[in-house]
Design a protein around this ligand. Structure first.
Ligand SMILES: [Zn+2]
Length: 447
């Protein structure tokens, strides 16, 4: 029997933080907290903070797909180096639309993952009847779009209604990209008629009203059907306030946000062009906006945080006009360090970090109790953080195929110095080990 004892770290759980030991046997925690003696390999965690392995529920690794942007080995290596041990992945350019697609993807990914992974399915309007089979085959959630984006068709209200009724019946989960198609299309037509090609057009094209209108329809239909729906990448406090109202009326509507909406400014796209092209775009225009977003993260209005990791390389971002450049940012390299910095700077509590980037997404998408917490019986996925360390982000540090980051030049307090997956180290301060020991995690519907 392999036994590991991690001694004397500051253990972070969603409800408390306390010094103690972790004991791992056969890849699972058998004791969390207290002092433990006995046989086994010892790791001295004195002076270190011990976080649960990160659970990132919104990740695009393009594999199979446009692997020149990212692939599973590089994306999951970036994840492992920065403390993320579980991801939920979906790739728009190579979607999972059927059980056959799911099986083909799983067989392709054999031996390509450095962290454990679940997979999401995409929903085309004509595929609603097949949702039950996919859910039972073990997808973690269905990804829906209200606007045609990245080649995935948008769902009109009637299709959303059908999908949500089906979802409620099977107690499934959905992640919905919310931008109203008629509003973005009209804006696009007008901007193109004006001959605009400057990067500043992005925020007029993908405007706030489009996001609000789509969230209103999605939220009301979730409320009407009882479907459990997550609004993806909520960009600003008005959308959060609308979701809060829908919850008060009884809707089960989770709200995801991402680091880019907590810190990047709306105006940055003017200077950085395609390197700030993602949608919805950054919306912060003032310090007050920024403070409000962080307050919503602390008080639970935002239920969890994800990267929306959707990298493309510098050359890909530079090709063509702002209209043609690919959407998306790399995020797996920086998201846990961003949250660790927030805890060490006093913007969040450690317990918030454990809830937002581990416990809540694991619970929401059926990955708990195996994933999401430092808890007896759970997989021994954990991260050692040196609170006295720091990291100034440079392009050279980025392990993702993107090779750049919107956080270049920023200094994060704290440093990830070790990541463990099911009790085995998969990365240390020197980088990822690339062991390819990640395995598939079925969602809650798996029979
Ligand atoms: Zn996404």
């Amino acid at each position: 029997m392999t036994r590991l004892v991690v001694r004397g770290g500051l253990l972070v759980r969603p409800d408390r933080v306390e010094a103690g030991d972790l004991v791992v046997e056969e890849g699972r925690f058998v004791a969390v907290g207290g002092t433990h003696r006995g046989e086994g390999t010892e790791v001295d965690a004195g002076g270190l903070v011990v976080l649960p392995g990160g659970v990132d529920s919104h990740v695009h690794l393009m594999d199979p797909g446009p692997t020149e942007r990212e692939d599973f080995p590089t994306g999951t290596a970036a994840a492992s180096a920065r403390g993320v041990t579980t991801i939920v992945e979906h790739t728009h350019a190579h979607p999972v639309r059927s059980v056959t697609d799911l099986r083909a993807k799983l067989s392709h990914l054999d031996g390509r993952a450095n962290v454990d992974f679940a997979l999401a399915a995409h929903l085309w309007p004509e595929d609603v009847a097949g949702m039950g089979d996919l859910w039972e085959a073990g997808v973690a959630f269905f990804k829906l779009f209200t606007c045609t984006t990245h080649g995935v068709p948008g769902l009109a209200a009637s299709h959303l209604l059908d999908a949500f009724e089906s979802l409620a019946q099977m107690d499934g989960r959905a992640l919905v990209h919310c931008e109203d198609e008629t509003i973005t299309e009209t804006a696009e037509r007008r901007l193109k008629q004006m001959g605009r090609t400057d990067p500043g057009l992005l925020v007029e094209w993908r405007n706030r009203e489009a996001e609000l209108a789509a969230v209103a329809v999605v939220g009301v239909l979730a409320l009407a059907t009882g479907a459990k729906v997550t609004v993806a990448h909520v960009s600003n406090p008005k959308v959060a306030a609308l979701i809060d109202q829908l919850r008060r009326l009884g809707g089960d509507v989770a709200a995801e946000t991402c680091p880019q909406y907590l810190t990047l400014r709306e105006s940055e796209v003017v200077e950085h062009g395609a390197f700030r092209k993602f949608t919805p775009p950054a919306r912060i225009v003032s310090d007050l906006d920024e403070e409000t977003m962080w307050a919503l993260l602390r008080d639970g209005t935002f239920t969890h945080l994800s990267t929306d990791h959707a990298p493309s390389t510098v050359d890909q971002k530079r090709a063509g006009t702002i209209w043609e450049a690919p959407f998306g940012l790399p995020g797996l390299d920086t998201t846990y360090p961003f949250l660790i910095d927030a805890a060490l700077s006093g913007r969040l509590d450690w317990t918030d970090v454990a809830r937002l980037y581990a416990a809540y997404p694991a619970d929401r998408y059926g990955l708990a109790p195996r994933k999401g917490r430092l808890a007896e019986g759970s997989d021994a996925d954990f991260v050692l953080v040196d609170p006295a360390g720091s990291w100034t982000v440079t392009a050279a540090d980025v392990i993702s195929k993107a090779g750049w980051s919107p956080f270049e030049g920023r200094s994060f307090r704290g440093k990830v110095v070790g990541t463990y997956l099911r009790g085995r180290p998969i990365a240390d301060e020197g980088g990822p080990y690339d062991l390819r020991t990640g395995s598939f995690l079925p969602g809650a519907g798996r029979r």
